[in-house]
Design a protein around this ligand. Structure first.
Ligand code: PLP
Length: 455
């Protein structure tokens, strides 16, 4: 692309594109990196510069970019139909995909409700769970959701209501429905001042108490299984999720697991629930579902939940919800190709080993005076940077340390996106061993550049 064309695009971007989760004042002062194309795990900008996609284009890419099998599947679907509705009609790809999703999901999740983003997948789970109880004998007092501190479930108001990240969510509080919030197992900054494993996961006590005392008011517990992603890759102790499932069962409360981030192999099993042998009542999927190609989401439900909606037409037990592009055939075709490829290549089975390689390549960072903690499950990694390791004091919000580190990584040909001062690594499952080394080296060097060890 020639310089004039690039300048024109930069100018229009500054003038007209409002970027998500971005302070636009600062954005408009820096030249934007404009992606033009991609190859495998690499993004290529308008100058022809290549960057390793270190966060899977915001946690979505699975097999890399421009995967022949997925490209072909989308093209073939284009030659048939780009969109038809699921309101009153069925479509071939949405049927084929439902069969595959049920096959790979924890056993017992047999019903698939489509939408188009992680936020809507969660909204739908919340509404299904709520309406389910409203239609059950004796369930009408169930009106509250239990959610975790530091949770992130999306940016629509329902999903924000069950979120727990004040920086993102506080300003909207007056618009949100009330929830019951329990501590999250953020072991590095333990909410009850204990340490694992001698704590015996005592942070679960408030949930235990709530479910023992107020189950008749509670619709469901909502959780990101294994890893609270947007909070900074907060990894839960082993057995945590299974315990939450047991408590829900005992109390007669539904369990909603949001696997929008953890799904499709990121943690080393197809779904994070499966590592703990947990079957939720509702499972939310998005991000990796299409291999990172097109917006699509699915909320899976058990037969029991589904049957709670079956009635005569006149009884008005219909689930009155649906987005216009629900089950879009192009997106479903990409998702089918993604899942078929996952099964054929057994890529998920490589995640544990790749995760270990990445951990080994990052290990020397543990000695860094400004690295508080390195958290990891599979190919989801967070490196929490702190002002002071002993006090765990944070940097000032305005110092933008995380942002400066990712800019330093960019000079080294790696794209990252931090969460505050947590440097996040979440490469595509298809990342090679060499690329893992390169990614880790860029992160090590960038942290050293922004936070020199001697200083
Ligand atoms: C990204 C994310 C969402 C929101 O998904 P969108 O597609 O951005 O709406 C919800 N839950 C979790 C756990 C996520 O990581």
């Amino acid at each position: 692309m020639n310089t004039e064309e690039i300048r024109r695009l930069e100018e229009i971007d500054r003038k007209h594109v409002w970027h998500p989760f971005t302070q636009m004042k600062g954005w408009m002062e820096e030249p934007p990196l404009i992606v033009e194309r991609a190859e495998g795990n690499w993004l290529i900008d308008v100058h022809g510069r290549r960057y390793l996609d270190g966060v899977s284009s915001l946690w979505v890419t699975v097999h890399g970019h421009r995967v022949p099998e997925i490209d072909d599947a989308v093209r073939a679907q284009l030659d048939r139909v780009a969109h038809s509705t699921l309101l009153g009609l069925a479509s071939v790809p949405s049927i084929e995909l439902a069969e595959r999703l049920v096959r790979i999901a924890p056993r017992g999740l047999t019903r698939v409700f489509y939408s188009d983003s992680g936020s809507t997948a969660v909204e739908i789970a919340l509404k299904i769970a709520y309406q389910f109880w409203q239609q059950q004998p004796g369930g009408s007092a169930k009106k509250r959701f239990v959610c975790f501190e530091n949770a992130y479930h999306g940016d629509t108001l329902g999903s924000v209501s069950v979120g727990g990240i004040d920086l993102f969510h506080q300003v909207y509080r007056p618009l949100l429905f009330e929830t019951l919030r329990v501590p999250s197992p953020y072991c590095f900054r333990c909410p009850i001042g204990k340490s694992y494993p001698s704590c015996e996961v005592a942070c679960l006590a408030p949930l235990e108490m709530l479910l023992a005392e107020r189950a008749d008011e509670i619709v469901a517990v909502v959780i990101e299984p294994q890893v609270q992603g947007a909070a900074g890759m907060l990894v839960q102790p082993a057995g945590f999720l299974r315990r939450v499932r047991e408590l829900c069962d005992r109390a007669g409360v539904l369990l909603i697991t949001d696997e929008v981030a953890t799904g499709f192999g990121r943690t080393g099993t197809m779904f994070a629930c499966q590592r703990e042998g947990v079957v939720p009542d509702l499972l939310c999927l998005a991000k990796g579902i299409t291999g990172g190609y097109l917006p699509l989401a699915a909320t899976l439900a058990t037969e029991r939940v589904f049957e709670g909606f079956l009635a005569e037409f006149r009884d008005r037990r219909t689930f009155f919800h649906g987005h216009t592009y629900t089950g879009n055939p192009l997106a479903c075709a990409a998702a089918i190709a993604n899942i078929d490829l996952l099964e054929r290549t057994a890529l998920v089975g490589t995640v544990d080993e790749k995760g270990e390689l990445l951990a080994a390549a990052l290990a020397s960072l543990a000695e860094h005076p400004h690295v508080g903690e390195i958290r990891q499950r599979g190919l989801m990694v967070g490196v929490e940077l702190v002002r002071d390791r002993t006090t765990k004091a944070e940097f000032d919000y305005g110092d933008r340390i995380g942002h400066r580190v990712i800019l330093a990584a960019r000079k080294r040909g790696v794209i990252l996106r931090p969460l505050g001062d947590v440097v996040v690594l979440m490469p595509p499952l298809a990342i090679s061993r060499d690329e893992i080394e390169l990614l880790a080296r860029a992160v090590r060097e960038s942290i050293d550049e922004v936070l020199p060890r001697g200083a």
